[in-house]
Design a protein around this ligand. Structure first.
Ligand code: NAI
Ligand code: MG
Length: 352
């Protein structure tokens, strides 16, 4: 079987960690008997500075021909913050209806976490973030702008259909894991949105009697997540709360170097996109210091999404094997370069 993969390396360490992921994917295809056909796309801050192009209908049409998208990172100090986030990443999520942002929060053995006493057994959860609606629809207005009476109104849009598809996904995932689903919101204050979210969770939940339901306010989540992550199996939440608590999740699991993510299109109408959660890290770009494990684990999620579960599990196991040998996850103290780490993971994928 051959899969066609679009590769968007982007800026800074994006191309470096993407190269690492491609090395590991190449090893996996030899070992597990499928083949991957890669097509590179130039996009991101450098591309934008050169051409003025961000997301476009033409690019969307080309990307649609692929089975999945492997994404590095975008960003450059020369591009004003927000241009690429809204002009490319949010645009892709919305155009390709990537309804779910999937973020495993897993502490791997040997990885240093800032949470004292935390063990891998206690930290294995998945955050399911709604990825196309909420406060990120970009709707709002400012009344009396540039006056002492300015009022900025930022809307959060929550549709039953949008919530339902994410909640259905979260229940299915929970049913396949430890059978516990937590809704994270702020329904005591954001009463309109909170009511609809809880209603949908209760409705879908009636079809999943085996899944235990829980509710946690987002502020309380910021306390419980680092202190007792074992309380959570699958957490479902809206776009804004999800953006915030997934960064907290990354801290708990040992930092940006290891955290992976998927932006999933659930109905097969467009490709899903897979990326490490870190940015372009201009401070360490070009030095060979970037940890490629987040990108490698994202590539494993890509294979799992395509149905190559065995290869995905082998890559995860190999990454864990290499992580255990790394004294530091990033920076000048790292004993292995980006390339050496990727080579070591690839080697374990083929020999295990
Ligand atoms: P960042 O994630 O790029 O870097 C934050 C810190 O973590 C830096 O000190 C960096 O050196 C370190 N770091 C990140 N990834 C690492 C890795 N794999 N190995 C070792 N160290 C790593 O976030 P920052 O600095 O806030 O943003 C830099 C640029 O990236 C900005 O232009 C920002 O807009 C963009 N960005 C893009 C994202 C994306 O493409 N999805 C996500 C986040 C930020
Ligand atoms: Mg974020």
């Amino acid at each position: 079987k051959t899969y066609s993969i679009a590769v968007i390396p982007g800026d800074g360490i994006g191309p470096e960690v993407t190269d690492g992921a491609l090395t590991v994917l190449a090893a996996a295809q030899r070992t597990f008997g499928f083949s991957l056909d890669f097509t590179d796309y130039d996009a991101g801050a450098q591309h934008y500075l050169r051409t003025g192009n961000l997301w476009s209908a033409d690019l969307a049409q080309q990307l649609r021909t692929h089975d999945a998208i492997l994404f590095g990172a975008m960003g450059d100090p020369a591009v004003e913050p927000g241009i690429l986030e809204r002009g490319f990443i949010l645009a892709m999520r919305q155009a390709f209806e990537q309804a779910v942002n999937l973020r495993p929060v897993k502490l791997y053995p040997g990885v240093e976490t800032p949470i004292a006493g935390l063990t891998p057994e206690r930290c294995d959860l998945v955050i399911v973030r709604e990825n196309t609606e909420g406060a990120y629809v970009g709707q709002g207005s400012t009344i009396h702008a540039n006056t002492p009476n300015a009022v900025a109104i930022q809307e959060s849009v929550n549709t039953r259909q949008g919530i339902t598809r994410v909640v259905e996904y979260a229940f299915k995932l929970a049913a396949s894991r430890r059978k516990k689903l937590t809704l994270c919101h702020k329904k005591n204050i954001l009463i309109e949105a909170g009511k609809l979210w809880q209603e949908v969770v209760d409705q879908v939940g009636s079809r999943y009697p085996q899944v235990q339901l829980d509710y946690v306010h987002v502020d309380a989540m910021c306390f419980h997540l680092p202190v007792s992550p074992e309380r959570f199996d699958v957490v479902v939440t809206d776009n804004l709360f999800g953006d915030i608590i997934t960064d907290l999740g990354a801290v708990i699991q040992g930092g940006l170097g290891v955290a992976a993510s998927a932006n999933l299109n659930l109905d097969g109408s467009a490709p899903s996109m897979f990326e490490a959660i870190h940015g372009s890290a201009p401070d360490i770009a070009g030095k060979g210091w970037a940890n490629p494990v987040g990108a490698i684990l994202s590539a494993a999620m890509l294979l799992a999404h395509l149905g190559e579960e065995q290869a995905a599990l082998a890559i995860e196991a190999a990454a864990v094997g290499v992580l255990q040998k790394l004294p530091a996850l990033a920076g000048p103290d790292m004993l292995m370069s980006t390339e050496q780490i990727a080579d070591a993971v690839a080697e374990l994928v083929t020999t295990n």
